[in-house]
Write a protein that binds this ligand. Structure first.
Ligand SMILES: [Zn+2]
Length: 300
């Protein structure tokens, strides 16, 4: 069976989006995997450090054990999302031990996020993780540019961010980054923003973001590797689908499905939350991203 690295390369060639669904609560995994399988599509399940620090994911191990119970490699694989070198509160993180633990458990791809360091620091951290992960045949995602939103405190106005291109991934830096770090996939900043993870904003609706397609296309042409779009909840849908034609192979979806889970769980309990999440994931795959049936095309 194809590994995730080959599946992502195929997705880029075929211009098919792979949704990467965040599971800040382990109970979210079962309905998500069922929806992915029932639509004959392919998705990643992922968990980020912030989701066991600030939400209910508990640990990489708890998420892995839940994944083992529902494992379905023809449709889903498990990815370790953001392991920051410096976290959203500005604190240093022991990223090596987190990534090593995930590799030992059997995570099938991992992300190192040193995007809060300068370019040389970001390259050095990514390269180090690439060496550790590649020794286990596990592909690595890194991030270059500033996909804002996780930080505490208010964001600058979205239109100002978009029109100035502040924090967007620089093409020359990206060429150097990929060459020197050896990263397999690159998370780029081209207009999307992360959902809030703290305060009242974490349960509010996100601002609708757009993608600078020309800039994305130029990055894609320069790099030739699968690109990743973070902050997939609340991007204009036509923009998201067009991004898949410019190298975006993996789309991270966190806030949207987390809020469906949390709100339904609070009002109507566990069974209703499972049903609501299942329906929402089906809708995202079928109607919004239009990738139903993708498993057959990606895994051949
Ligand atoms: Zn992200």
């Amino acid at each position: 069976m194809k590994n995730v690295k080959d599946i992502m390369i195929k997705a880029r060639e075929e211009k098919i989006l792979i949704p990467a669904m965040n599971t800040p609560y382990p109970e979210m995994m079962k309905p998500i995997i069922r929806a992915v399988a029932d639509t004959n599509s392919f998705a990643l399940i992922e968990v980020a450090r912030v989701e066991w620090e600030k939400f209910g994911a508990i640990s990489t191990e708890v998420i892995y054990r839940e994944y083992e119970k529902h494992r379905y490699p023809e449709h889903v694989r498990l990815h370790l999302d953001h392991v920051p070198v410096i976290d959203e509160d500005g604190l240093r993180v022991d990223y090596r031990s987190i990534i090593q633990t995930a590799l030992n458990l059997g995570y099938e791809s991992v992300m190192i996020d040193a995007s809060r360091l300068d370019l040389d620091g970001n390259i050095a951290a990514a390269k180090e993780v690439v060496n550790i992960a590649h020794a286990r045949n596990v592909p690595v995602e890194a991030e270059l540019g500033a996909v804002l939103g996780h930080e505490a405190g208010p964001l600058p106005p979205y239109e100002e961010l978009f029109s100035t291109g502040k924090g967007f991934t620089d093409i020359d830096e990206a060429i150097r980054f990929v060459k020197e770090s050896g990263t397999d996939w690159l998370s780029v900043a081209v207009g999307s923003i992360h959902g809030a993870v703290s305060g009242a904003a974490a349960s509010e609706k996100k601002v609708t973001a757009r993608i600078n397609q020309e800039h994305l296309a130029a990055i894609d042409k320069a790099l030739g590797i699968p690109l990743v779009l973070h902050g997939g909840s609340g991007i204009d849908l036509a923009n998201v689908r067009e991004a898949a034609t410019h190298g975006i192979s993996k789309l991270n979806i966190g806030t949207d499905i987390r809020q469906v889970w949390e709100k339904t769980l609070a009002s109507s309990g566990n069974k209703a939350a499972e049903d609501a999440l299942y329906e929402r994931v089906k809708e995202i795959i079928t109607d919004e991203l239009q990738v139903a049936g993708s498993a057959a095309r990606l895994l051949v």
